[in-house]
Write a protein of this length. Structure first.
Lengths: 358, 328
């Protein structure tokens, strides 16, 4: 009834091309934003922040980043974990080297450094394509993790080989360190997610995004009609790594606080983020959010049901989780290759015609 | 001869042996890729699954005992028999064939005509699924696998090299056996694909799906066949690695070691898989021996990838791969 274009008149090109063309969507978005920014912080506690909210926000940023590379530019990357590690270690080095600078700047700078590393490992993509590239990005994954593990300069020669975030404040509230409160960390990550989503959405519908999609759909044809593959591929690697670096930085500094690189940023992290964008929907910004939410909530749910309610052993639940995630990936690829975002879109199409579908 | 050179030679030989084991895993990848264009990430997990099943059958474990015990509150673990290795290997082979059939029936038949990258991601999902199933079926603890292959230092090589160089080389018997078995496997597969009717059909499918269909070759049959063969190769690899380092989760990671081997050798070439395996095996051992101590060690984790990456920049199709021709 409410969900339709009728009566929602557009009088300019700008209005015609907006992200949410239907008024109901725009109102809905505002309601969600008000809830997320204005209501949730008053109710969030440590359990919800650490088990659900922070992982969701941070993985969503990483998924948006990876989606730009895989979903929009068609360059499959299995190096997400390694790039997140770059973001984390860059933040650590910056935090300890320049303690007086604001953490917000550190996080953004860490993203920038990761973008540089991403471009470096993206260079082979000009020669290598498809699977070969996917496997080549594994070189980034293993090399970077090894580098942070073995070169003591990166962890400031600490005896344990771990890095841990010192306490930093924004506007007088601790964001990192043991004294950070749940609502502060939540808001901090949420603002970065909103920033990432807005930037990503606007990049992907502009010139840059179109050249990415051209490269994805057929690189030779795109080159012939004037897309420069060098700048298109490398910019995709740069933007993607920038967001992934921010995610890694937040993952270390705000969420975990202390990190051992092989454990926190191993190959499994790369696959996890890849799964998020497959389940969510390749080439859809909203899909990244849905995929991240799904794969963050699923283990929490399974654990609560299997271990909490049924009393099964934890390891059995963990193996079942593997099985279910694997089966879901396959099911999605078979039944709905475009992911949750496509289901959402179909639902909206149906809703527009409801209740008179003919 | 200087000691350093002798050490390097020993490292070189051990690298060759390790390379054979990498090649064994890579072989399974190449077979499936050639026949169906699917890059099967799950090959390593298939090796793990095969090894787990083999141990489970030999020891008479009850499959899914963990799950059954958790659901029904029972306490069952073993049937209480010990099967001889040969029988268990045959039974595991049957399980792998059933798996091949199921994979085709429930996954890849529905994905015909999808983009290669979608198929690749499906195999990642399959890998996760099988890892979970394997662990639930047989338990996640580290198991010992002993099918009667000899292990330990080969005294003959040790003694004869001691006589020649005054320094005995340490070569594991198991590695020698693995080399022999891998060589036999490659020869058998080559003969099979060159001279048997099924082998010819297999190569026809690899060449062109539609043309193969039009001359009456059943794609479903060929795919089940090739997945079964890959399952068999995985079983052999699983036995070798399982005997060497115990049947455990890390076995599935050998798939990751096989990837650079494939890149180096080319995805479509069986000799490429062997040569690539040897290069990677020797390269990473020698690099660790010569450069490793200078940069903090454990370079084996990434050396193969970086080598393959640098190599690909100059030759994108690998050593023996078919030339990539792009058309619009």
């Amino acid at each position: 009834m409410l969900y339709r274009e009728a009566g929602d008149f557009k009088t300019s090109y700008q209005a015609d091309n907006q992200t949410f063309p239907i008024r109901f969507d725009r109102v809905g978005l505002r309601v969600v934003l008000v809830l997320a920014l204005g209501v949730v912080p008053f109710f969030i506690n440590d359990y919800w922040a650490n088990a659900v909210a922070l992982p969701f926000l941070i993985y969503a940023i990483a998924a948006i980043g990876l989606n730009i590379l895989v979903g929009f530019c068609g360059q499959v990357s299995l190096g997400t974990g390694g790039f997140m590690a770059v973001g984390a270690y860059a933040t650590y080095k910056l935090m300890t080297a320049f303690p007086e600078v604001s953490i917000i700047i550190h996080v953004l700078l860490a993203g920038g450094i990761t973008a540089g590393v991403g471009v470096l490992f993206g260079l082979p993509s000009l020669r290598i394509k498809g699977f070969y590239l996917a496997v080549a990005t594994l070189a980034a994954q293993f090399f970077l993790v090894w580098l942070f593990n073995r070169v003591p300069w990166f962890y400031n020669y600490s005896a344990s080989g771990q890095i841990s975030a010192p306490e930093r404040e924004v506007l007088g509230y601790a964001v990192t360190g043991p004294n950070a409160e749940a609502w502060v960390t939540y808001l901090f990550c949420l603002l970065f997610l909103i920033f990432a989503a807005v930037v990503a959405r606007n990049l992907t519908r502009g010139t840059m995004g179109r050249s990415w999609m051209g490269i994805r759909d057929m690189d030779i044809a795109a080159e012939i009609i004037g897309v420069n593959p060098l700048s298109a591929k490398l910019s995709a690697f740069a933007v993607s790594s920038f967001f992934i670096g921010i995610a890694g930085s937040l993952f270390f500094a705000v969420y975990l606080g202390a990190v051992e690189v092989g454990e926190a940023f191993g190959i499994n992290k790369s696959f996890l983020v890849l799964f998020m964008i497959i389940i969510g929907g390749l080439g859809r910004i909203g899909g990244s959010l849905m995929g991240a939410a799904f794969l963050v909530l699923l283990p929490v749910l399974l654990k609560n049901v299997l271990v909490g309610s049924l009393g099964w052993p934890t390891d059995l639940a963990a193996h079942l989780e593997f099985m279910i995630v694997g089966a879901l990936i396959v099911t999605f690829l078979v039944a709905e290759p475009h992911g949750l975002a496509q289901l959402w879109r179909v639902a909206k199409e149906k809703l527009r015609l409801w209740p008179f579908p003919h | 001869m200087p000691d350093q050179l002798l050490f390097a030679m020993e490292v070189f030989l051990n690298g060759l042996m390790a390379g054979v084991l990498y090649a064994l895993v890579a072989l399974g990848f190449v077979l499936i890729y050639k026949a169906s264009g699917i890059f099967n990430y799950a090959q390593g997990v298939m090796a793990l699954f095969a090894a787990l099943t083999l141990v489970g059958i030999m020891e008479g474990q009850v499959p899914f005992s963990h799950l059954i015990n958790a659901v029904f509150g029972t306490e069952i673990h073993h049937f209480g028999w010990h099967l001889p290795a040969v029988v268990a290997i045959v039974l595991t082979g049957v399980v792998m064939i059933a798996l091949a059939w199921a994979v085709n029936r429930f996954i890849f038949r529905h994905l015909v005509g999808q983009e290669p990258i979608i198929l690749f991601m499906a195999t990642i999902g399959l890998a996760y699924f099988m890892e979970g199933v394997g662990d639930i079926m047989w338990g996640a603890d580290i198991k010992k696998l002993d099918v009667g292959l000899p292990q330990g230092i080969n005294t003959w090589i040790d003694e004869s090299t001691y006589e020649i160089f005054g320094y005995g080389f340490f070569i594991d018997n198991l590695d020698l056996w693995a080399t022999g078995i891998a060589a036999a496997l490659v020869i058998a597969l080559t003969i099979f694909s060159q001279y048997s009717k099924q082998g010819r059909a297999l190569r026809a499918v690899a060449d062109d799906h539609q043309a193969a269909l039009s001359v009456g070759i059943s794609l479903n049959y060929i795919w089940v066949l090739v997945w079964s063969i890959a399952g068999f190769v995985a079983l052999v690899a699983g036995i070798m690695w399982g005997t060497k380092s115990g049947v455990q989760f890390s076995l599935s990671l050998i798939a990751l070691k096989a990837l650079p081997v494939l890149m180096l050798g080319g995805f479509t070439s069986i000799p490429g898989a062997i040569v690539g395996g040897l290069i990677i095996g020797v390269g990473e051992k020698l690099f660790e021996f010569a450069i490793g101590p200078l940069v903090g060690g454990a370079t084996e984790n990434w050396f193969a990838y970086v080598l393959a990456l640098l190599f690909l920049v100059f030759r994108p199709q690998g050593l023996f791969g078919e030339r990539i021709i792009e058309r619009v």
